[in-house]
Design a protein around this ligand. Structure first.
Ligand SMILES: Nc1ncnc2c1ncn2[C@@H]1O[C@H](COP(=O)(O)OP(=O)(O)OP(=O)(O)O)[C@@H](O)[C@H]1O
Length: 740
């Protein structure tokens, strides 16, 4: 009946119009057909009853489903509000916790002894939770105090659990810098990078960032850069290259600061990454120890994770030639790092970021000095009762953070379930297409890049004898009459909806880093440059800082930006939808998509790099430990950009209490002791097959090879075809490498 009825119904208008006007059609056959239609249309009584019932059921169903949807919507609104509230509380608690713990925190980790290490050296130190006691003479022990001491049995997880809260705070808009300091072989790389089976701080940190970012209501854009500071020059390790334009010839980059206090490294390639897996591709591929950076839009907070060059003394290394030069520069750099920290710690009126006020780091000094000095306070100044109260508050806050994190997780789970139910009831939500995230980030970066290039053109003429990144800032040029100052071009900012500031704490975390940020992120670089400046002038040696860096730039969009879409979507989804568009935009502006970047490298005759890279990496099993006479400690310092905590509930002095400069100084002294009394250079190297290679001259094995820059290593990996010679050369030359 249905098909027939449908046809009849379709014809009904014609039929009715005929009835109304065209009497001539009232023929017997027409009348018959109309009666037939009417018969068909009129349901029988039982049919009618059924239809009415059906209609009632549908109505009822619709009403039920509508009320269900309404209920879910209401629940979602309430849960999202709760989540927002709890997230703010968590953020506030976490930041209070970190502030109380100290904005500069120093950990000491001693690595396990190798079985070949002398037994006598094992009695040279003892440890407790926060002290290392070093036996410096028969009856004399020196005490070194840290925020936490990790004994040789500590795991990578133990170390990371101390660092993790600081890394999480980077997502809240704080600048963070984590670096490892210690002599060669003390375990810096192991701690920072780890091994594939036992990941260190850097990969764990990156993973945490991605995990947290995907849970968060904000959207993030992570970009990844990698650079090396070597012999006074900054080189971009991700810059496109080919055979003719090898890394050796790659131009040195300059650090540029702008009047806003922002610091940028000009023309630095930034590759977008969407997941930990993508970052891992870099790690695998480049296999470097390094530094990470997160960047919050507007606030531009950065996370740096740095594996510094070895801190051993030159007298011990007996290095000559290029190696001596490099060693000198590294040690000068490290000692300048100590001086900077010392000045901050002891609240000296001048922080030797730089030799004079007219150099590159002027802006950094100005912006960073007050913030840092305010945050540093010697532990000994703290009365015991305050300390005790502080400890209690820290424990409470730690517990609070963890409870709140659990609450957040619960709520997120509920939200997810409700959204799934909603989807079943109403169908999938519309896809987001109107939120152009790429233009926000890339526009900003575009202006940065272009302004960098612009200022660099001017700067290039200034003091060309200096490494490029040490050139004076625009403002100092201006002040010293060089007049190379070029104002940063007016940034074309994309239209951004007004930012919502749900609470003072959130507002702080959004706004304060703009002022407080520079010192943290820039100190890494400024220390590097400053460290080198004076010595380079004084002794004429080349400057170098053998630290390499990863950067992850992160753009966080305010919740308001996102709330217009009324749904939580992680960046990855968005990125998929917009990837082509974004790619086109970002490539022009110095940000490239990871696949593109990798393709570029492969196209540029690097098809062999992977096997080369693998060959270059000695596989050291977990059981193996690099030989050194004493597991001299790796010092890890974590810093978080300071800002005032306005939580009235905590009426304690919030100054941190690390004796950092003292620690650094003492570490230097310790190295002297170890050099005289304790150290015997390692005498074997690890090979891929774990075979121990003996050497006639042990010192030669340890010191004989110049420190190869990361860039050189990379270049070798990228440009050379693997051959037996290079492979054996590499295996013999490389004492050890990062095992990624
Ligand atoms: N905590 C640890 N547990 C086990 N092995 C460790 C630990 N720390 C370091 N090692 C091992 O000691 C060796 C030297 O460590 P690592 O390469 O990290 O030193 P480093 O300080 O980074 O040296 P360099 O300054 O030359 O880069 C490596 O083989 C590493 O696996």
């Amino acid at each position: 009946m249905d098909v027939k009825l449908a046809r009849t119904m379709r014809n009904l208008p014609d039929t009715l119009s005929s009835l109304m006007g065209f009497n001539k059609q009232l023929t017997p056959s027409w009348t018959e057909s109309v009666s037939h239609i009417i018969d068909g249309l009129a349901p029988t009584k039982p049919q009618m009853t059924l239809m009415v019932q059906k209609a009632e059921n549908i109505d009822q169903d619709n009403t039920e489903s509508d009320s269900k949807v309404e209920k879910i919507q209401a629940e979602l609104v309430s849960l999202n509000a709760q989540l927002k509230q709890i997230t703010l509380q968590r953020r506030e608690a976490l930041n209070n916790y970190l502030d109380l713990k100290g904005n500069i925190r120093v950990f000491c980790r001693t690595r396990p002894f190798h079985h070949e290490e002398s037994y006598s050296s094992r009695n040279l130190f003892t440890l407790d939770e926060s002290n290392v006691f070093l036996k410096v003479a028969e009856t004399k022990r020196k005490q070194y105090k840290f925020d936490k001491v990790f004994d040789p049995f500590s795991t990578q997880g133990d170390v990371f659990s101390e660092v993790e809260p600081v890394i999480k705070s980077a997502l809240d808009g704080y600048n963070v810098c984590i670096f490892a300091y210690g002599q060669t072989g003390s375990g810096k790389t192991y701690t920072m990078e780890g091994k594939p089976t036992n990941l260190g701080v850097i990969p764990r940190g990156i993973q945490t960032l991605f995990n947290r970012a995907s849970e968060c209501n904000n959207r993030f854009l992570f970009t990844f850069s990698m650079l090396e500071i070597y012999m006074g020059n900054i080189r971009d390790l991700l810059a496109p290259r080919n055979k003719n334009n090898g890394l050796k010839n790659a131009p040195s980059l300059s650090i540029k600061s702008d009047p806003d206090g922002g610091i940028e490294i000009e023309d630095l390639v930034a590759v977008t990454v969407n997941s930990f897996q993508e970052v891992k591709r870099f790690l695998i591929r480049i296999s470097l120890t390094s530094l990470n950076m997160t960047e919050r839009r507007k606030a531009k907070n950065k996370l740096w994770m740095i594996d510094l060059g070895g801190s051993e003394r030159l007298v011990k290394t007996k290095a000559t030639g290029k190696r001596l030069k490099e060693g000198k520069a590294i040690n000068l750099s490290l000692s300048a790092l100590g001086d900077v920290i010392d000045a901050l710690q002891t609240k000296k009126s001048h922080v030797p970021y730089s030799p004079n006020e007219g150099d590159l780091c002027e802006t950094i000094c100005t912006l960073g000095f007050a913030t840092r000095v305010r945050s540093i306070r010697l532990e000994s100044e703290e009365p015991p009762e305050v300390k005790a109260r502080k400890e209690t508050v820290i424990i409470d806050l730690g517990q609070k953070v963890s409870n709140l994190e659990h609450e957040c997780e619960d709520i997120r789970r509920k939200i997810k379930n409700l959204e799934e139910t909603m989807e079943q009831l109403t169908g999938p939500p519309p896809t987001i297409s109107n939120f152009d995230m790429s233009h926000l980030s890339s526009e900003e970066l575009k202006t940065d890049v272009s302004s960098n290039v612009r200022s660099s053109k001017n700067q290039r003429e200034v003091s060309s004898s200096l490494p490029r990144f040490m050139k004076p800032t625009a403002s100092s040029q201006h002040r010293t009459g060089l007049n190379y100052y070029t104002p940063v071009i007016k940034r074309i900012k994309p239209p951004v909806p007004p930012r919502r500031r749900p609470s003072s704490v959130y507002a702080e975390s959004v706004t304060v880093p703009v002022n407080a940020a520079p010192w943290q992120s820039e100190c890494s670089m400024s220390m590097t440059s400053d460290m080198n400046w004076t010595p380079s002038i004084q002794d004429g040696t080349e400057c170098s800082q053998d630290a390499s860096e990863y950067e992850i730039k992160q753009v966080i969009f305010s919740e308001h930006d996102k709330s217009s879409h009324d749904q939580v979507t992680c960046y990855t989804d968005y990125q998929l939808a917009e990837s082509r568009d974004m790619q086109n935009k970002t490539e022009v502006k110095g940000i490239v998509d990871i696949d593109n970047w990798l393709d570029q490298q492969i196209v540029e005759k690097t098809s062999t790099y992977q096997s080369k890279q693998v060959l270059d990496i000695p596989r050291v099993t977990e059981g193996e430990i690099y030989v050194s006479s004493i597991p001299s400690p790796t010092i890890m310092a974590c810093t978080k950009a300071d800002r005032q905590v306005k939580d009235k509930r905590i009426d304690l002095a919030l100054q941190p209490s690390t004796d950092y400069a003292q620690d650094i100084k003492q570490t230097k002294i310790a190295n002297q002791f170890t050099a005289q009394e304790l150290c015997t250079p390692p005498f074997k190297e690890f090979c891929r097959n774990n075979e121990v290679k003996g050497h006639k001259d042990k010192n030669h094995v340890y010191h004989g090879k110049p420190r190869r820059s990361l860039q050189e290593k990379l270049e070798e990996c990228m440009l050379e075809k693997p051959n037996k010679d290079s492979r054996s050369h590499s295996l013999q030359d490389e004492k050890h490498k990062i095992a990624y």
